[in-house]
Ligand binder design. Structure first.
Ligand code: AVI
Length: 321
């Protein structure tokens, strides 16, 4: 069965640390060096991401929230009575309230996130507000497997994946993930996905390099985390935040650029950096309605309805298996 947040055992934490260590050593040994963005989200990283969402430059969160508020009745109409809402990468679960309010017939909410701190906080805030809803947080890396607690077997499940987190995956991984959700949910299932849209490059770049440096701190936090959890000795201040637009791949990339020639040690292994060498830390793909529909189709989903905001364009897609 699946492990709920409150059951998170030291054993599982150690498994998490082992995976983090393995992936970090592999990423530092690769050329070019690269990390998975999923390791941004320790407690501090999740808090920094929440702070990014408050910056004037980072439009996706407020844009999607406003869009979801306006279309919530249409989304609720697609949710069968008694259904379970399964949210991938739920973080603070702020947008979820819009769906929970619009679809009072939901019987359970299963937020899935890699950050126990973010999940715990979200569950504590939601429970008093929705006393008749079963809130069953699951600490999991949803890229590894999608599971619903056994207690909810047999209920229809609607999956919710807002925030354009789908854009943080390579297209092939995104297809794999959407396919896994479809297999888990079965025929006739609904999947609500938020996907940020291509727009003017200056708007995109500003969103990933805010003037107050919150995104820079978020990017560098992965080095802080490696130092603390994996016994690394990164000189965090000697890495600069870089955000670049890769037009060919339609994505913003984040990198950490070594400002000097230096060596960092992690778990006894030494890694050399030339001045100007980068660690590629994140991709954030930007879609068009057509490119997103094509991605969904590859995973066996059809677009039943779509909504694209005016102003900064952000898309919410209601998919049907
Ligand atoms: C979580 N994810 C959708 C964010 C994004 O926009 O790709 C993460 C982020 N990275 C930098 N700023 C925000």
């Amino acid at each position: 069965g699946v492990r709920l947040a409150r059951d998170l055992a030291p054993v599982q934490e150690d498994e998490g640390r082992q995976a983090f260590l393995r992936d970090t050593l592999a990423g530092l040994s690769a050329s070019p060096k690269a990390f998975s963005p999923k390791y941004f989200y320790d407690g501090a990283g999740s808090a920094l991401f929440e702070a990014i969402c408050e910056t004037p430059e980072y439009y996706p969160t407020r844009t999607e929230t406003a869009l979801l508020a306006s279309i919530a009745p249409a989304l609720a109409a697609a949710i069968p009575p008694g259904a379970v809402l399964l949210e991938l990468g739920s973080g603070a679960s702020d947008k979820t309230r819009l769906l929970l309010d619009a679809a009072p017939s939901l019987s359970a909410y299963v937020p899935v996130d890699i950050s126990p701190d973010a999940l715990q906080g979200a569950a504590e805030r939601l429970r008093p507000a929705y006393p008749s809803l079963a809130i069953m947080p699951v600490v999991a890396d949803f890229t590894v497997g999608i599971e619903v607690p056994d207690a909810l077997a047999g209920k229809p499940v609607v999956a919710f994946f807002p925030g354009s987190t789908i854009g943080n995956f390579e297209p092939a991984e995104a297809v794999e993930l959407m396919r896994a959700v479809r297999r888990r949910l079965g025929p006739g299932a609904r999947f609500i996905v938020g996907a940020d849209q291509v727009k003017a490059v200056d708007v995109l770049l500003a969103a990933y390099d805010d003037a107050d440096g919150v995104t820079a701190a978020f990017n560098r936090n992965v080095l802080v985390r490696i130092n603390r959890e994996l016994g690394g000795d990164f000189d965090v201040g000697a890495f600069a935040h870089r955000a670049v637009w890769n037009a060919a791949r339609s994505r913003i990339e984040m990198h950490l650029e070594s400002t000097v020639a230096q060596t960092a040690t992690v778990a006894g292994q030494r890694f050399d950096f030339a001045a100007g060498e980068t660690i590629h830390t994140e991709n954030s793909h930007k879609f068009t309605p057509e490119s997103f529909a094509a991605l969904a189709a590859e995973a066996g989903w059809g677009v039943e309805q779509q909504w694209i905001s005016e102003g900064p364009a952000f898309g919410v897609f209601l998919l049907r298996a």
